[in-house]
Design a binder for this molecule. Structure first.
Ligand code: GLC
Length: 449
């Protein structure tokens, strides 16, 4: 399925994206035994599977992407003035939480401060009081969002960018060390505020790389992420933290709309991408919404390889989400309301995926075979595993015959005609003779930078 690209991504922004397009972002983060969480404490996150990401900030007023200030060299004064045109009386972040529920998301991650430094809460630690509470409509959007999540029983994530372009020290942390230290002071104060006052379930960092160079990991000398994250955990001992502060983190991140192929990845990981083209995380007028089938297949490809799927929306300056995006959100949610048992609370396997043909998830003694291409699947044999298939059915209960051969197991799918063959994912439910054991490995990806 082809995606349309309405905007070219260049320079440091493109570099930031490409750092992650192939594989996991921020590999080789520093280790810190005290910060390691036992797998049981992360289980809720793996069970959630689907999350919704929200990028909303002053860049949403312009609609040129969240890197607009840097890319277009917009002077501070001009950019800061956007705060007066940001938000609306009629909007409440509860609307996003409702959308996330409609999407079938079980957790959310909201941008609380992006690279421009504008904080969406009442932040005493903000450099020059650059917050939504001190400008425009004087609102604490993080508070409103967190409360709405709690009311809805939605797990709550906060995105926070360490990078703040307002500091010349960010671009020259050695030469302008004093200024860089001021930026670091702001980071420590704000991370403490976020964890102490809003008690999130997930702290989702971004932008630790200094001067847009190297990687999040190679900037650990400056941020001291072990110290920073110990501070965060002081207020929330079971807080889940992504790897982008330079500490190895609780799960790995794969970013962008590139397709996911290959084997099951036996470590905790999350793919984050946009529901639209992916050319901008912030609002952009007429940003094409991704195709329904493409989105479902993406989710299936991620979950069948052991990942979580975090999907971003970019509300407009008033906080509103377009009709077209809301429709797609609803469609994906409808699919999940129908087939969610094959996604939520499952693990990847026991069959290794065959790219663009099928993958599998399981829960106890039930395997869900997600078939993306029935035609190709008909020519394949399922390999034998430690567990024996007792019976095979379509998701609607219709039985499927099997033939056990030397080459493997053949599931004899009837030919489908017309519309029915256009579904993005045909799900088969296999009952096994016993519960399947989940293999989770402790792998540390050191990675090249
Ligand atoms: C990239 C982009 C940044 C965006 C983030 C989301 O790092 O540069 O703007 O917020 O991805 O994960």
């Amino acid at each position: 399925m082809v995606k349309r690209m309405p905007r070219e991504m260049t320079g440091a922004e493109l570099k930031s994206m490409l750092k992650s397009s192939i594989n996991f972002k921020s590999l080789g983060g520093i280790k810190c035994e005290e910060l390691e969480l036992p797998t049981e404490e992360k289980q809720w996150f793996f069970d959630c599977k689907v999350g919704m990401f929200v990028h909303w900030g002053l860049y949403s007023v312009l609609g040129h992407g969240e890197w607009a200030k840097f890319n277009e060299k917009i002077p501070d004064e001009e950019y800061n003035a956007l705060a007066e045109d940001f938000g609306s009386e009629e909007f409440h972040p509860r609307e996003w939480v409702d959308l996330a529920k409609d999407f079938g998301a079980r957790y959310m991650v909201m941008v609380t401060r992006h690279h421009d430094g504008f904080a969406l809460w009442d932040s005493p630690g903000s450099y020059h009081d650059f917050t939504s509470k001190r400008t425009g409509l004087h609102r604490d959007y993080v508070k409103e969002y967190v409360e709405a999540c709690r009311e809805a029983g939605m797990r709550t994530g906060l995105y926070y960018s360490l990078m703040d372009w307002r500091f010349p020290g960010y671009f020259d942390p050695v030469g302008k060390r004093r200024n860089a230290e001021l930026m670091k002071k702001e980071v420590y104060a704000q991370v403490e505020e976020l964890c102490r006052d809003y008690c999130p379930d997930i702290l989702w960092y971004d932008g630790a790389w200094l001067a847009h160079q190297g990687s999040d990991t190679s900037s650990a000398w400056f941020w001291e992420p072990d110290k920073l994250n110990k501070l965060a955990r002081k207020y929330r001992p079971e807080l889940l933290i992504n790897p982008r502060s330079g500490w190895e983190g609780d799960f790995y991140c794969d970013e962008g709309s590139h397709e996911i192929t290959g084997k099951i990845i036996p470590v905790p990981w999350e793919k984050n991408m946009c529901i639209c083209s992916g050319c901008s995380w912030g609002w952009m007028e007429n940003d094409p919404v991704s195709d329904f089938n493409w989105l479902i297949q993406m989710m299936v490809n991620v979950v069948c390889r052991g990942g979580n799927w975090l999907v971003n929306i970019g509300p407009d300056k008033k906080g509103k989400v377009s009709e077209e995006i809301r429709e797609r959100i609803h469609e994906v949610g409808e699919w999940l309301r129908k087939y969610g048992t094959s996604i939520y609370n499952t693990a990847a396997g026991p069959y290794e995926p065959v790219d663009n043909v099928y993958g599998s998830t399981f829960c106890k003694n039930t395997v869900y075979l997600h078939i993306l291409d029935e035609k190709k699947f008909r020519n394949l044999y399922l390999p034998y595993t430690e567990n024996e298939i007792k019976e095979a059915r379509f998701f609607n209960g219709e039985e499927i015959s099997m033939s056990k051969t030397e080459k493997g197991i053949k599931l004899l799918l009837p030919e489908k005609k017309g519309e029915q063959s256009k579904v993005p994912d045909t799900i088969l439910v296999l009952k096994m003779n016993q519960s399947i054991e989940q293999k989770r490995e402790r792998i540390y990806f050191t990675g090249k930078e």
